[in-house]
Ligand binder design. Structure first.
Ligand SMILES: Nc1nc(=O)c2c([nH]1)NC[C@@H]1CN(c3ccc(C(=O)N[C@@H](CCC(=O)O)C(=O)O)cc3)CN21
Ligand SMILES: CC(C)C(=O)C(=O)O
Ligand SMILES: [Mg+2]
Length: 259
């Protein structure tokens, strides 16, 4: 059962790669689970992928609870990770606990929060209170205003050293996984070697213990430009649009329904 975090720790020790994909609803959660993906992430990227927002900042805790619930209903085997949305956890460890408990009640097995050193105290607080936590470092999209765009991180020696320190401190504080987004491959590989917990990468090369991508990028359902590191395995938008125009044509031509 990939739901058990011990499975992930064992996979890291044995050098087996783990797989994760985002999911935002019941049908796609079922498909990801049946496909044998090890974990689904109810990402706050749902703000962009299903709600049409320009970034993840508008996503609310209520939205995350709702999507976590409908995803969890479709999962029998995979680990369910849910993002703590912007504004729901940064104020204090107590605020983070209240938000995390709501996501676990909605069906999450583990919560993910964005941030490095400033989140160490919160990760420790949650970890001591029954909340498994994944720390998300590197490009943290909730910091987009501060970062000035979705830009790759950890490019200077100083920035790289800080990310290594952050990862070690977060794992020491009790983080059960570390997710790294849009950082150099060599840096992600080094962090993976040095932290005792499984790492997951997105746009961070092939040296991490696992990989995650956004579902709509993988299926070709993202109407906007996908990041360069994403790989499309299906022309979903084309297939869906063709099917829908065929349906409309058949109705207009009195071909459907028959009789
Ligand atoms: N569809 C989608 N897939 C994603 O994986 C994703 C999102 N959206 N939105 C939220 C974040 C942002 N993502 C990104 C986006 C761009 C880069 C990137 O490599 N940017 C280039 C160009 C930046 C610019 O033009 O300003 C870079 O070199 O930094 C990385 C991660 C990943 N996440
Ligand atoms: C891109 C992944 C890591 C994420 O945080 C999300 O989908 O919200
Ligand atoms: Mg996210």
């Amino acid at each position: 059962m990939s739901k058990n975090l011990a499975v992930w720790e064992k996979a890291k020790r044995e050098g087996r790669k783990m797989t994760m994909i985002t999911a935002y609803d019941y049908p796609f959660a079922r498909l990801a689970d049946a496909a044998g993906v090890d974990a689904v992430l109810v990402g706050d990227s749902l703000g962009m992928m299903v709600a049409g927002e320009a970034d993840t900042l508008p996503v609310s805790l209520e939205q995350m609870e709702y999507h976590t619930r409908i995803v969890a209903k479709g999962i029998t085997r995979a680990l369910v990770m849910a993002d703590l949305p912007f504004g729901s956890f940064e104020e204090s460890p107590a605020q983070a606990f209240r938000a995390s408990a709501r996501l676990l009640k909605a069906g999450a097995d583990i919560v993910k929060l964005e941030g490095g050193a400033p989140m160490v105290e919160t990760v420790s607080f949650l970890s001591q209170r029954a909340i498994p936590v994944c720390a998300h470092i590197g490009l943290t999209p909730q910091h987009v205003r501060q970062l000035g765009g979705f830009k790759r991180q950890g490019k200077t020696a100083d920035a790289a050293a800080r990310l290594i320190e952050d990862a070690l401190a977060l794992a020491e504080a009790g983080a059960r996984m570390v997710l790294m987004e849009a950082i150099p491959s060599e840096l992600a590989t080094e962090i993976t070697k040095r932290v005792p917990v499984p790492t997951i990468g997105i746009g961070a090369g092939n040296g991490t213990d696992g990989q995650v991508l956004v579902l709509h990028d993988v299926l070709g359902l993202n109407p906007d430009k996908a990041p360069g590191f994403a790989k499309r395995y299906l022309d979903g938008a084309d297939l869906v649009q063709t099917a829908l125009s065929q349906y409309a044509e058949e109705v207009r031509g009195s071909i459907f329904p028959q009789g």
